[in-house]
Design a protein around this ligand. Structure first.
Ligand code: PBG
Length: 323
């Protein structure tokens, strides 16, 4: 093939219709999941509007609005009344997520209810599992509690459960517990490659889940490790994951691509709270155009290989995508 002047790549960029015809990556509201926080008390968050805490009542209103805008999937997080050492608020029948699920399920049969399965919002120490006497998170002792939490969410009406704790063996433990309870048809979205990231800062503020001591680097992944991320994903596939997730999204677009290529499963990417906060802060001082920046970011996550994008921008993006 001859090069310039016979070949001119600008030819296919000349008009809007041409660009629409040759676009390789699509972004649709169908791809988006909106995370929502449910708590005993509503608490607006001026700095992070998408991270306001809802009550069970206000989350019902919010879901109604999301559905009206075409957002059909939500990811629920809970903030309990009281925390304890084990995080029992995570699996109790009257937990905040369980109550939200029972309120939402009959009202919105068309809404996909996904839940984050973890203990960190429910434990006094803020870690994602049980802490042993040496102050270390006990992997195997945590599995049963995580599995119990997943089952209680599914019983209360969750369509999909998403364990985010990063314990070894949790996907197998959750799958076995769901099956034992007759919940064979409940899929698992595995937070497979979840990195120990600074970009979770605003979430921890909103969810009150900052560890009381230490950090999460003994269970979440080292941001430097791509090969290990693949091993995590492949193990979760073996253990029965239906969808694998990479989190955060923007510093890990290469990981999204390699996990997609290696697994060929549906891939979810979590565009996390710090990534959202950076865009909001930059837009607020006029440093960038929010709408264009957000659509570019979400498209880049899709181009990297994500089928599903979990993002606090979902509600705004839904409006912007209605041409
Ligand atoms: C709970 C959990 C976290 C996030 C999702 N699930 C926090 C963490 O691991 O510290 C982060 C979400 C975000 O920053 O938007 N394990």
């Amino acid at each position: 093939m001859s090069a310039f002047p016979a070949t001119r790549l600008r030819r296919l960029r000349r008009t809007g219709a041409l660009r629409d015809l040759v676009r390789e990556t699509t972004l649709s509201v169908d791809d988006l999941v909106m995370p929502l926080f449910v708590a005993p008390e509503a608490l607006p968050n001026e700095r992070l509007p998408g991270l306001a805490r809802h009550t069970v009542d206000s989350v019902v209103q919010e879901c109604e609005e999301l559905l009206r805008l075409g957002v059909k999937s939500v990811l629920l997080f809970g903030l309990p009344d009281e925390k304890d050492e084990e995080g029992s608020g995570a699996w109790t029948r009257d937990g905040v997520v369980q109550r939200a699920l029972r309120a939402l399920r009959p009202r919105f049969p068309e809404l996909l209810l996904m839940t984050d399965v973890c203990l960190c919002e429910y434990t006094t120490h803020g870690h994602c599992g049980v802490v042993d006497p040496n102050g270390e998170v006990d992997n195997d002792a945590s599995l049963e509690l995580i599995a119990r939490t997943a089952v209680s969410h599914a019983r209360a009406g969750a369509d999909i459960v998403a364990p985010s704790d990063m314990m070894d063996g949790r996907i197998g433990a959750v799958r076995a517990a769901l099956d034992e309870d007759g919940l064979h048809d409940t899929p698992i979205v595995a937070y497979s490659a979840k990195f120990a990231s600074a970009f979770y800062g605003p979430f921890r503020e909103a969810a009150g889940s900052t560890p009381a001591f230490g950090d999460r680097r003994a269970y979440q992944m080292d941001p430097a490790n791509g090969d290990e991320a693949l091993r995590e994903a492949l193990l979760d596939v073996q253990e029965g994951a239906d969808v694998v997730m990479v989190k955060p999204a923007l510093s890990y677009l290469d990981v999204i691509r390699s996990v997609k290529d290696a697994t060929r499963l549906p891939i979810a990417a979590y565009n996390v709270s710090g990534e959202y906060a950076m865009v909001k802060a930059a837009a607020a001082v006029g440093a960038l155009d929010e709408r264009t920046a957000v659509l570019e970011i979400l498209t880049s996550i899709r181009r990297a290989g994500a089928d599903i994008v979990i993002t606090y921008h979902a509600k705004d993006a839904a409006q912007w995508l209605q041409k």
